[in-house]
Design a binder for this molecule. Structure first.
Ligand SMILES: [Ca+2]
Ligand SMILES: [Ca+2]
Ligand SMILES: [Zn+2]
Length: 326
Protein backbone atom coordinates (compact mmCIF):
# COMPACT_ATOMS: atom_id res chain seq x y z
CA UNK A 1 0.00 0.00 0.00
CA UNK A 2 1.38 3.37 -0.96
CA UNK A 3 1.81 6.01 1.74
CA UNK A 4 -0.74 8.22 -0.09
CA UNK A 5 -3.32 5.47 0.19
CA UNK A 6 -2.50 4.94 3.87
CA UNK A 7 -2.95 8.64 4.60
CA UNK A 8 -6.25 8.67 2.70
CA UNK A 9 -7.49 5.69 4.74
CA UNK A 10 -6.49 7.30 8.05
CA UNK A 11 -8.21 10.58 7.07
CA UNK A 12 -11.34 8.69 5.96
CA UNK A 13 -11.41 6.76 9.23
CA UNK A 14 -11.04 10.01 11.23
CA UNK A 15 -13.85 11.69 9.30
CA UNK A 16 -16.06 8.64 9.85
CA UNK A 17 -15.43 8.76 13.64
CA UNK A 18 -16.20 12.51 13.85
CA UNK A 19 -19.32 12.09 11.72
CA UNK A 20 -20.51 9.21 13.91
CA UNK A 21 -20.03 11.44 16.95
CA UNK A 22 -22.11 14.22 15.37
CA UNK A 23 -24.89 11.87 14.45
CA UNK A 24 -24.93 10.35 17.95
CA UNK A 25 -25.01 13.78 19.57
CA UNK A 26 -27.78 14.94 17.26
CA UNK A 27 -29.86 11.87 18.05
CA UNK A 28 -29.33 12.40 21.81
CA UNK A 29 -30.33 16.04 21.46
CA UNK A 30 -33.53 15.00 19.71
CA UNK A 31 -34.22 12.34 22.32
CA UNK A 32 -33.57 14.84 25.08
CA UNK A 33 -36.31 17.10 23.68
CA UNK A 34 -33.88 19.36 21.87
CA UNK A 35 -32.57 21.06 24.99
CA UNK A 36 -29.01 20.29 24.08
CA UNK A 37 -28.33 18.27 27.22
CA UNK A 38 -26.96 14.91 26.26
CA UNK A 39 -26.87 11.79 28.37
CA UNK A 40 -23.65 11.20 30.24
CA UNK A 41 -21.07 9.14 28.45
CA UNK A 42 -18.61 6.89 30.25
CA UNK A 43 -15.87 9.52 30.06
CA UNK A 44 -17.92 12.28 31.69
CA UNK A 45 -17.41 13.25 35.32
CA UNK A 46 -20.45 13.37 37.59
CA UNK A 47 -21.53 16.93 38.39
CA UNK A 48 -20.00 18.36 41.58
CA UNK A 49 -22.77 18.89 44.09
CA UNK A 50 -22.81 22.58 44.88
CA UNK A 51 -26.41 23.62 45.35
CA UNK A 52 -27.84 23.54 48.85
CA UNK A 53 -29.10 20.07 49.65
CA UNK A 54 -31.73 18.71 51.96
CA UNK A 55 -31.73 17.84 55.61
CA UNK A 56 -30.68 19.79 58.67
CA UNK A 57 -27.40 20.75 60.23
CA UNK A 58 -27.08 19.03 63.58
CA UNK A 59 -25.96 21.68 66.08
CA UNK A 60 -24.09 19.90 68.89
CA UNK A 61 -25.46 20.77 72.36
CA UNK A 62 -21.98 21.91 73.36
CA UNK A 63 -22.32 24.85 70.95
CA UNK A 64 -24.79 26.46 73.38
CA UNK A 65 -21.93 26.79 75.89
CA UNK A 66 -21.87 26.22 79.64
CA UNK A 67 -24.54 28.90 80.00
CA UNK A 68 -26.76 27.20 77.41
CA UNK A 69 -27.34 30.72 76.10
CA UNK A 70 -25.05 30.91 73.05
CA UNK A 71 -26.83 31.28 69.73
CA UNK A 72 -23.76 31.36 67.48
CA UNK A 73 -20.49 29.64 66.70
CA UNK A 74 -17.64 31.19 64.70
CA UNK A 75 -15.97 28.54 62.54
CA UNK A 76 -12.86 28.13 60.45
CA UNK A 77 -13.26 26.17 57.20
CA UNK A 78 -12.02 23.01 58.92
CA UNK A 79 -14.41 23.51 61.83
CA UNK A 80 -17.35 24.11 59.49
CA UNK A 81 -16.46 20.89 57.65
CA UNK A 82 -16.64 19.02 60.96
CA UNK A 83 -20.17 20.21 61.82
CA UNK A 84 -22.48 17.27 61.02
CA UNK A 85 -24.61 18.03 57.96
CA UNK A 86 -23.06 21.43 57.19
CA UNK A 87 -21.62 20.51 53.80
CA UNK A 88 -24.61 18.34 52.88
CA UNK A 89 -27.01 21.24 53.49
CA UNK A 90 -24.97 24.25 52.32
CA UNK A 91 -22.61 22.72 49.77
CA UNK A 92 -18.88 22.35 49.94
CA UNK A 93 -18.26 25.90 48.77
CA UNK A 94 -19.85 27.23 51.98
CA UNK A 95 -16.88 26.23 54.13
CA UNK A 96 -14.82 28.75 52.18
CA UNK A 97 -17.54 31.40 51.89
CA UNK A 98 -17.52 33.67 54.94
CA UNK A 99 -20.97 34.51 56.19
CA UNK A 100 -23.80 33.65 58.54
CA UNK A 101 -25.59 30.33 58.05
CA UNK A 102 -28.82 30.33 60.04
CA UNK A 103 -29.85 26.93 61.37
CA UNK A 104 -33.03 25.91 63.13
CA UNK A 105 -32.64 23.78 66.22
CA UNK A 106 -35.35 21.10 66.24
CA UNK A 107 -35.37 20.97 70.07
CA UNK A 108 -36.98 24.40 70.51
CA UNK A 109 -37.04 25.67 66.88
CA UNK A 110 -34.76 28.53 67.89
CA UNK A 111 -32.31 29.95 65.38
CA UNK A 112 -28.64 29.19 65.73
CA UNK A 113 -26.06 31.02 63.60
CA UNK A 114 -23.04 29.22 62.24
CA UNK A 115 -20.61 31.93 61.17
CA UNK A 116 -17.89 30.96 58.72
CA UNK A 117 -14.90 33.21 59.32
CA UNK A 118 -12.51 34.85 56.95
CA UNK A 119 -9.11 33.31 57.72
CA UNK A 120 -6.45 35.42 59.43
CA UNK A 121 -4.20 34.86 56.38
CA UNK A 122 -6.59 36.89 54.22
CA UNK A 123 -5.38 40.05 55.98
CA UNK A 124 -2.84 41.96 53.86
CA UNK A 125 -0.55 44.04 56.02
CA UNK A 126 -2.85 46.06 58.24
CA UNK A 127 -5.91 45.73 56.02
CA UNK A 128 -8.64 43.22 55.29
CA UNK A 129 -10.92 44.23 52.39
CA UNK A 130 -10.13 47.88 53.08
CA UNK A 131 -10.91 47.65 56.80
CA UNK A 132 -7.98 48.56 59.00
CA UNK A 133 -7.05 45.99 61.65
CA UNK A 134 -3.31 46.44 62.19
CA UNK A 135 -0.74 43.89 63.29
CA UNK A 136 -1.18 41.45 66.13
CA UNK A 137 1.55 41.11 68.78
CA UNK A 138 2.65 37.72 67.37
CA UNK A 139 3.16 39.32 63.94
CA UNK A 140 5.80 41.52 65.53
CA UNK A 141 7.44 39.31 68.15
CA UNK A 142 7.44 35.74 69.46
CA UNK A 143 4.54 35.47 71.87
CA UNK A 144 3.24 32.99 74.45
CA UNK A 145 0.54 30.55 73.42
CA UNK A 146 -2.53 32.58 74.34
CA UNK A 147 -1.13 35.54 72.41
CA UNK A 148 -0.98 33.65 69.10
CA UNK A 149 -2.79 35.29 66.20
CA UNK A 150 -6.54 34.70 66.09
CA UNK A 151 -7.66 32.02 63.60
CA UNK A 152 -10.00 34.27 61.69
CA UNK A 153 -12.46 37.14 61.57
CA UNK A 154 -16.22 37.40 61.52
CA UNK A 155 -17.26 39.56 58.58
CA UNK A 156 -19.80 42.17 59.70
CA UNK A 157 -22.16 43.78 57.19
CA UNK A 158 -25.17 46.09 57.58
CA UNK A 159 -27.31 42.95 57.15
CA UNK A 160 -25.81 40.98 60.04
CA UNK A 161 -24.65 43.68 62.47
CA UNK A 162 -27.76 43.17 64.63
CA UNK A 163 -27.37 39.38 64.71
CA UNK A 164 -28.11 38.04 68.22
CA UNK A 165 -25.20 36.08 69.70
CA UNK A 166 -26.99 35.34 72.98
CA UNK A 167 -29.96 36.85 74.88
CA UNK A 168 -27.96 39.95 75.89
CA UNK A 169 -25.52 40.52 73.05
CA UNK A 170 -25.42 41.17 69.32
CA UNK A 171 -22.57 41.04 66.82
CA UNK A 172 -22.45 44.85 66.67
CA UNK A 173 -21.80 45.08 70.44
CA UNK A 174 -18.25 43.81 69.95
CA UNK A 175 -17.09 45.98 67.03
CA UNK A 176 -14.13 48.31 67.35
CA UNK A 177 -15.55 51.85 67.65
CA UNK A 178 -14.05 53.30 64.48
CA UNK A 179 -14.22 53.36 60.64
CA UNK A 180 -17.98 53.86 60.82
CA UNK A 181 -18.32 54.32 57.05
CA UNK A 182 -16.29 51.22 56.09
CA UNK A 183 -18.11 47.94 55.32
CA UNK A 184 -17.61 45.09 55.76
CA UNK A 185 -16.04 45.37 59.18
CA UNK A 186 -14.23 42.56 60.96
CA UNK A 187 -14.33 41.32 64.53
CA UNK A 188 -12.59 38.57 66.47
CA UNK A 189 -15.19 36.71 68.51
CA UNK A 190 -14.53 34.24 71.30
CA UNK A 191 -17.55 32.13 72.31
CA UNK A 192 -16.13 31.61 75.80
CA UNK A 193 -16.30 35.33 76.57
CA UNK A 194 -20.00 35.61 75.74
CA UNK A 195 -20.65 32.33 77.55
CA UNK A 196 -19.00 33.76 80.68
CA UNK A 197 -20.84 37.08 80.41
CA UNK A 198 -24.20 35.27 80.21
CA UNK A 199 -23.30 33.12 83.24
CA UNK A 200 -22.30 36.24 85.19
CA UNK A 201 -25.57 37.97 84.29
CA UNK A 202 -27.57 34.88 85.30
CA UNK A 203 -25.70 34.81 88.60
CA UNK A 204 -26.44 38.50 89.22
CA UNK A 205 -30.12 37.89 88.51
CA UNK A 206 -30.10 34.97 90.92
CA UNK A 207 -28.78 37.42 93.52
CA UNK A 208 -31.56 39.92 92.96
CA UNK A 209 -29.82 42.29 90.52
CA UNK A 210 -31.77 42.98 87.32
CA UNK A 211 -29.61 42.61 84.19
CA UNK A 212 -32.03 42.97 81.29
CA UNK A 213 -29.88 45.67 79.70
CA UNK A 214 -26.10 45.41 79.58
CA UNK A 215 -23.84 47.70 77.56
CA UNK A 216 -20.51 46.63 76.09
CA UNK A 217 -18.39 49.79 76.28
CA UNK A 218 -15.51 48.09 74.49
CA UNK A 219 -15.38 44.58 73.04
CA UNK A 220 -12.98 43.68 70.26
CA UNK A 221 -10.28 46.28 69.67
CA UNK A 222 -8.28 46.02 66.46
CA UNK A 223 -4.54 46.14 67.29
CA UNK A 224 -3.96 49.40 65.42
CA UNK A 225 -6.78 51.01 67.44
CA UNK A 226 -5.49 49.51 70.68
CA UNK A 227 -1.94 50.73 69.89
CA UNK A 228 -3.24 54.27 69.55
CA UNK A 229 -4.68 53.98 73.06
CA UNK A 230 -1.52 52.57 74.65
CA UNK A 231 -0.38 56.08 75.58
CA UNK A 232 -3.77 56.58 77.25
CA UNK A 233 -3.39 53.42 79.27
CA UNK A 234 -4.58 50.59 77.02
CA UNK A 235 -2.32 47.57 77.52
CA UNK A 236 -0.15 46.62 74.55
CA UNK A 237 -0.98 42.94 75.03
CA UNK A 238 -4.65 43.73 75.71
CA UNK A 239 -7.00 40.75 75.56
CA UNK A 240 -9.45 42.99 73.67
CA UNK A 241 -7.34 42.32 70.54
CA UNK A 242 -8.11 38.62 70.85
CA UNK A 243 -11.87 38.98 71.16
CA UNK A 244 -11.91 37.48 74.62
CA UNK A 245 -12.40 40.67 76.68
CA UNK A 246 -15.23 43.13 77.25
CA UNK A 247 -15.67 46.27 79.35
CA UNK A 248 -19.28 46.28 80.52
CA UNK A 249 -21.82 48.17 82.56
CA UNK A 250 -25.21 46.93 83.77
CA UNK A 251 -27.70 49.64 82.81
CA UNK A 252 -31.14 48.25 83.53
CA UNK A 253 -32.69 51.72 83.93
CA UNK A 254 -31.43 52.75 80.48
CA UNK A 255 -29.91 56.06 81.55
CA UNK A 256 -26.61 55.30 79.82
CA UNK A 257 -24.76 54.92 83.11
CA UNK A 258 -23.83 52.01 85.35
CA UNK A 259 -26.61 51.21 87.83
CA UNK A 260 -26.30 51.47 91.58
CA UNK A 261 -25.63 47.73 91.78
CA UNK A 262 -24.70 47.67 95.47
CA UNK A 263 -27.76 49.75 96.37
CA UNK A 264 -26.00 52.33 98.55
CA UNK A 265 -27.56 55.28 96.73
CA UNK A 266 -24.23 56.34 95.21
CA UNK A 267 -22.56 55.61 91.88
CA UNK A 268 -18.88 54.73 92.27
CA UNK A 269 -16.37 51.93 91.67
CA UNK A 270 -17.94 49.89 94.50
CA UNK A 271 -20.83 49.21 92.14
CA UNK A 272 -18.52 46.83 90.29
CA UNK A 273 -18.38 44.75 93.51
CA UNK A 274 -21.46 42.63 92.78
CA UNK A 275 -20.04 41.88 89.30
CA UNK A 276 -16.72 40.83 90.89
CA UNK A 277 -18.60 38.54 93.30
CA UNK A 278 -20.57 36.99 90.42
CA UNK A 279 -17.38 36.42 88.41
CA UNK A 280 -15.74 34.69 91.39
CA UNK A 281 -18.71 32.31 91.70
CA UNK A 282 -18.84 31.62 87.95
CA UNK A 283 -15.10 30.90 87.78
CA UNK A 284 -15.34 28.55 90.77
CA UNK A 285 -18.16 26.64 89.09
CA UNK A 286 -16.55 26.71 85.61
CA UNK A 287 -12.73 26.75 85.78
CA UNK A 288 -12.58 26.61 81.96
CA UNK A 289 -13.80 30.22 81.93
CA UNK A 290 -11.20 31.63 84.30
CA UNK A 291 -9.67 34.96 83.32
CA UNK A 292 -9.20 38.61 84.17
CA UNK A 293 -11.33 41.04 86.12
CA UNK A 294 -10.52 44.72 86.24
CA UNK A 295 -12.67 47.26 88.07
CA UNK A 296 -12.57 50.87 86.98
CA UNK A 297 -13.67 54.19 88.35
CA UNK A 298 -15.62 56.39 85.98
CA UNK A 299 -13.56 57.65 83.05
CA UNK A 300 -16.57 58.95 81.12
CA UNK A 301 -20.32 59.52 81.27
CA UNK A 302 -21.07 55.77 81.56
CA UNK A 303 -19.60 55.66 85.05
CA UNK A 304 -17.60 52.87 86.67
CA UNK A 305 -17.26 49.65 84.69
CA UNK A 306 -15.85 46.14 84.81
CA UNK A 307 -13.38 44.51 82.44
CA UNK A 308 -14.06 40.78 82.03
CA UNK A 309 -11.93 38.34 80.04
CA UNK A 310 -11.31 34.62 79.54
CA UNK A 311 -7.52 34.63 79.16
CA UNK A 312 -7.24 31.21 80.80
CA UNK A 313 -5.41 32.34 83.94
CA UNK A 314 -6.73 34.39 86.82
CA UNK A 315 -5.86 38.10 86.83
CA UNK A 316 -7.27 40.82 89.09
CA UNK A 317 -6.69 44.57 89.13
CA UNK A 318 -8.31 47.79 90.22
CA UNK A 319 -7.80 51.03 88.37
CA UNK A 320 -8.83 54.61 88.49
CA UNK A 321 -8.52 57.01 85.62
CA UNK A 322 -4.90 57.63 86.63
CA UNK A 323 -3.90 53.99 86.18
CA UNK A 324 -5.29 53.20 82.80
CA UNK A 325 -7.15 50.40 81.12
CA UNK A 326 -6.54 46.88 80.04
CA1 LIG B 1 -28.11 53.06 84.60
CA1 LIG C 1 -23.58 52.26 94.57
ZN1 LIG D 1 -10.96 46.05 79.15
Amino acid sequence: MSWRRRVALVVAAFVAIVAAGWVTAAVRTLQGGGDGVSAMGPGDLPPIPDLPGVGVVAIPDSFAGLSGALRFRALSAAEALAVPGFVRVHGERAIRTPGVYAERRPADSSTFSLIVERPFGAKRGELLNGYRLGRWPAERAIMARNYFNPAGFVEVTPDNVALPLSPHFTLGDFLTHDQRAVWPKYVVLEEKLIDKLELVLADLRAHGIPTRHVVVLSGFRAPYYNDRGVGEGMARGSRHQFGDAADIIVDDDDDGRMDDLNGDGRLDVRDTGPIADAIARVERAHPALVGGLGTYQATGPSGPFAHVDVRGTSARWESGWWRGRS
